[in-house]
Write a new protein. Structure first.
Length: 95
Protein backbone atom coordinates (compact mmCIF):
# COMPACT_ATOMS: atom_id res chain seq x y z
CA UNK A 1 0.00 0.00 0.00
CA UNK A 2 1.25 3.47 -0.85
CA UNK A 3 1.33 5.86 2.11
CA UNK A 4 -1.52 8.34 2.19
CA UNK A 5 -2.27 11.24 4.51
CA UNK A 6 -4.77 10.82 7.32
CA UNK A 7 -5.59 12.28 10.74
CA UNK A 8 -6.36 10.25 13.84
CA UNK A 9 -7.80 11.64 17.04
CA UNK A 10 -8.11 9.40 20.07
CA UNK A 11 -8.80 9.24 23.76
CA UNK A 12 -7.71 6.44 26.01
CA UNK A 13 -6.88 5.06 29.38
CA UNK A 14 -3.95 3.12 30.71
CA UNK A 15 -2.25 1.55 33.66
CA UNK A 16 1.45 1.99 34.47
CA UNK A 17 3.64 0.05 36.89
CA UNK A 18 6.51 2.33 37.91
CA UNK A 19 8.95 -0.50 38.57
CA UNK A 20 8.73 -4.12 37.53
CA UNK A 21 12.48 -4.60 38.02
CA UNK A 22 14.85 -1.89 39.22
CA UNK A 23 14.52 1.13 36.89
CA UNK A 24 12.34 -0.75 34.37
CA UNK A 25 8.61 0.02 34.27
CA UNK A 26 5.71 -1.13 32.12
CA UNK A 27 2.33 0.11 30.96
CA UNK A 28 -0.75 -0.95 29.02
CA UNK A 29 -3.11 1.42 27.19
CA UNK A 30 -6.48 1.16 25.45
CA UNK A 31 -7.57 3.90 23.02
CA UNK A 32 -10.69 4.67 21.01
CA UNK A 33 -10.40 7.09 18.13
CA UNK A 34 -11.55 8.35 14.80
CA UNK A 35 -9.48 8.29 11.60
CA UNK A 36 -10.24 10.87 8.92
CA UNK A 37 -9.15 9.97 5.40
CA UNK A 38 -10.56 11.14 2.05
CA UNK A 39 -13.25 13.24 3.83
CA UNK A 40 -14.61 10.16 5.60
CA UNK A 41 -14.41 9.19 9.27
CA UNK A 42 -13.77 5.68 10.56
CA UNK A 43 -13.70 4.37 14.12
CA UNK A 44 -10.43 2.91 15.36
CA UNK A 45 -9.32 1.03 18.46
CA UNK A 46 -5.83 0.37 19.70
CA UNK A 47 -4.11 -1.63 22.39
CA UNK A 48 -0.57 -0.65 23.39
CA UNK A 49 2.11 -2.09 25.63
CA UNK A 50 5.07 -0.08 26.87
CA UNK A 51 8.39 -0.84 28.52
CA UNK A 52 10.33 2.08 29.94
CA UNK A 53 13.68 2.70 31.56
CA UNK A 54 13.88 5.55 34.08
CA UNK A 55 16.86 7.78 33.24
CA UNK A 56 15.97 10.36 35.91
CA UNK A 57 13.01 11.36 38.06
CA UNK A 58 11.34 13.09 35.07
CA UNK A 59 12.87 11.41 32.01
CA UNK A 60 12.27 7.88 30.67
CA UNK A 61 13.39 5.98 27.59
CA UNK A 62 10.33 4.19 26.21
CA UNK A 63 9.58 1.40 23.76
CA UNK A 64 5.92 0.94 22.78
CA UNK A 65 4.19 -1.67 20.63
CA UNK A 66 0.68 -0.88 19.35
CA UNK A 67 -2.03 -2.95 17.65
CA UNK A 68 -4.66 -0.78 15.93
CA UNK A 69 -7.95 -1.73 14.28
CA UNK A 70 -8.14 0.26 11.01
CA UNK A 71 -11.51 -0.06 9.25
CA UNK A 72 -10.48 2.64 6.77
CA UNK A 73 -7.94 0.30 5.16
CA UNK A 74 -10.67 -2.25 4.39
CA UNK A 75 -13.30 0.25 3.24
CA UNK A 76 -11.14 2.50 1.07
CA UNK A 77 -8.31 0.25 -0.11
CA UNK A 78 -9.84 -3.27 -0.02
CA UNK A 79 -7.07 -4.40 2.32
CA UNK A 80 -7.31 -7.93 3.72
CA UNK A 81 -5.70 -6.74 6.94
CA UNK A 82 -7.74 -4.43 9.17
CA UNK A 83 -5.12 -4.52 11.96
CA UNK A 84 -1.84 -2.59 11.90
CA UNK A 85 1.10 -3.14 14.25
CA UNK A 86 3.26 -0.10 15.02
CA UNK A 87 6.30 0.40 17.19
CA UNK A 88 7.67 3.54 18.79
CA UNK A 89 10.93 4.34 20.57
CA UNK A 90 11.48 7.67 22.26
CA UNK A 91 11.78 9.76 25.37
CA UNK A 92 9.00 10.60 27.80
CA UNK A 93 9.31 13.70 29.96
CA UNK A 94 7.02 14.17 32.98
CA UNK A 95 5.86 17.72 33.62
Amino acid sequence: MVGKKFKRYSIGTGYIVKSIYGKIGAGAYLDFGKIYRKDEGFNSFSLSGELNYRLSEKLKLICTQQLTYRKDLVELYNSNNKYVISGFIGLKYSL
